[in-house]
Design a protein around this ligand. Structure first.
Ligand code: XBP
Ligand code: MG
Length: 234
C-alpha cells in the first residue's frame, strides 16, 4: 500500500502541549476569580474528555458539583475557554513548547516525497496556528492540505468525525492514509474512521490502552525505525 497522506493529531503528537493547556486553564480560572486549580493528577483524569469547553463542564459535573452555575452557563464556559485560549496562544507564541522529536524532519521528508499532510485535532484553530507558526514558520498552513479543528464537527474524539471530515476534504480513502496520535481517545477516533494509526506516547498517555494501534513509539526520534515500521518508504 502506497501511503498518500499522513493525518496528524496535534496535542501530544506534534508537540507535548497538554501541560501548557493545563497551565493556561489555571491562568484563566485565576483571571476569572475562580478558586479552581487543575493539578497534574486531576488534569490526567480530566483528559478523559476531549475539548476544552467540554472538559470544563466535565470538571464541574464530576469534580466540582458544588459550583453554583450562572444562568448563562454555556456562555460562561465559552468565555472562560476563550480566556484560556488567549493564555495558551501566548505561551505558544513565546516558543514555550517545541515540536516533538522527529516531527519537523518527518514533515519535511514527507513533503519532499509528495505525501499529502493533514491535521485532525480537537483543539482550536487559533491554538494550531500559534503552535505551528513557531514550530514550522509563518507559511505552515501551506504544508497541510486540510486542517480539521475542534468545533468544526458535531462530535469530538473519540468520535471519528474529525478524521472523517479531513478524509472527505482530502478526497482519499482511509486505506490511502495513516494517522499519528498520542492518546486512547485519539486512537479510538482514527480507528473508527478506518485509519491505520501509529501512536507516540507522552507523560499523560503512556499508561493508556493502545489496542489496535499499528505500533506504539515513545517518540519519533528514530525516524528510520518509524519509516521501516510504517512502510512510508522515506
Ligand atoms: C487534545 C484535546 C484538546 C486540548 C485542549 O486535542 O483534547 O481539547 O486538550 O485544547 P488533540 P482546547 O485532538 O489535538 O489531541 O482547550 O483548545 O480544546
Ligand atoms: Mg492528542
Amino acid at each position: 500500500m502506497t501511503i498518500k497522506a499522513i493525518i496528524f493529531d496535534v496535542d501530544g503528537t506534534l508537540a507535548d502541549t497538554e501541560d501548557a493547556h493545563r497551565k493556561s486553564f489555571n491562568k484563566a480560572f485565576a483571571e476569572s476569580n475562580l478558586d479552581w486549580h487543575w493539578d497534574v493528577p486531576l488534569y490526567d483524569k480530566l483528559l478523559k474528555v476531549t475539548g476544552g469547553k467540554e472538559r470544563i463542564k466535565y470538571y464541574v459535573e464530576s469534580f466540582n458539583t458544588g459550583f453554583n452555575k450562572p444562568a448563562d452557563y454555556d456562555n460562561f464556559v465559552k468565555k472562560l475557554h476563550a480566556v484560556k485560549t488567549v493564555h495558551y496562544t501566548a505561551m505558544m507564541r513565546a516558543g514555550d513548547v517545541p515540536l516533538r522529536p522527529g516531527i519537523k524532519q518527518l514533515i519535511n521528508d514527507a513533503r519532499k516525497a509528495g505525501i499529502t499532510l493533514a491535521i485532525a485535532t480537537t483543539t482550536t484553530p487559533e491554538n494550531v496556528g500559534a503552535l505551528l507558526e513557531v514550530g514550522l514558520g509563518k507559511d505552515w498552513g501551506s504544508y497541510f492540505a486540510s486542517v480539521g479543528c475542534g468545533d468544526i464537527v458535531p462530535k469530538k474524539k473519540p468520535a471519528p468525525d474529525i478524521f472523517n471530515w479531513v478524509l472527505a476534504e482530502l478526497k482519499l480513502a482511509p486505506s490511502d492514509c495513516i494517522a499519528l496520535e498520542d492518546s486512547n481517545n485519539g486512537l479510538r477516533s482514527s480507528l473508527a474512521a478506518g485509519l491505520k494509526t501509529y501512536v507516540t506516547v507522552n507523560q499523560y498517555t503512556r499508561a493508556q490502552d493502545f489496542s489496535g494501534a499499528a505500533a506504539v513509539f515513545d517518540d519519533l526520534s528514530d525516524l528510520p525505525a518509524f519509516y521501516k515500521t510504517s512502510g512510508l518508504g522515506l
